[in-house]
Design a protein around this ligand. Structure first.
Ligand SMILES: CC(C)(COP(=O)(O)OP(=O)(O)OC[C@H]1O[C@@H](n2cnc3c(N)ncnc32)[C@H](O)[C@@H]1OP(=O)(O)O)[C@@H](O)C(=O)NCCC(=O)NCCS
Length: 151
């Protein structure tokens, strides 16, 4: 497939941390953070390729800071790598309290999403063309991770 991506812009999911999201320490469950990241990655990949995607793997997942109840949490996904059927997305999570609205970096990971058609078969996707030096570097970093996962 040689078609250009439909949309390469990032996508942000916003969530308010309620009591049902938290553990005994009043901070957000890791699994709920991952679910938010996964949703952001899936929707962003779909916006990029106009296809449905399944999550094939997650790599380099890090929880860097707890997210407190009442805070606003944002998961921002962007496509940083593609191969024939796979989009690699970087997802970065920040939290903000409602008094200062200063963003704290809380989590990050790479998600690998594979396009799947209605017949359940994998589908080719448009290919990302990294332009800046930073984009090319990230593309190569994520390509190396994808190759290692696939060995
Ligand atoms: C992901 C899935 C579609 C891959 O299908 P498959 O037939 O096993 O995979 P193949 O070996 O033919 O590879 C197909 C593509 O998937 C990629 N892929 C497969 N497993 C992968 C993994 N664990 N991580 C990253 N990419 C993977 C391959 O690199 C290939 O893409 P490419 O041509 O762009 O390199 C299949 O394993 C699956 O459906 N898994 C379950 C997904 C799921 O339920 N996710 C949670 C809910 S969304």
């Amino acid at each position: 497939m040689s078609a250009a991506p439909y949309d390469v812009s990032p996508l942000t999911m916003i969530h308010e941390v309620f009591p049902g999201d938290t553990n005994d320490y009043g901070t957000m469950f890791g699994g709920n953070v991952i679910a938010l990241m996964d949703k952001a990655a899936g929707i962003c990949a779909s916006k990029f390729a106009h296809e449905n995607f399944v999550t094939a793997s997650v790599d380099r997942l890090k929880f860097l800071a707890p997210i407190k109840q009442g805070y606003v949490v944002e998961a921002t996904a962007r496509v940083v790598y593609t191969s024939k059927h796979t989009a690699g997305l970087e997802v970065i999570v920040t939290s903000k309290d409602r008094k200062t609205w200063v963003a704290q970096h809380c989590s990050r990971a790479f998600f690998f999403m594979v396009a799947v058609g209605e017949n359940g078969k994998i589908k080719e996707i448009p290919q990302l063309v990294p332009i800046t030096g930073e984009e090319r570097e990230k593309f190569e970093e994520v390509r190396a991770i994808h190759r290692r996962i696939r060995k």
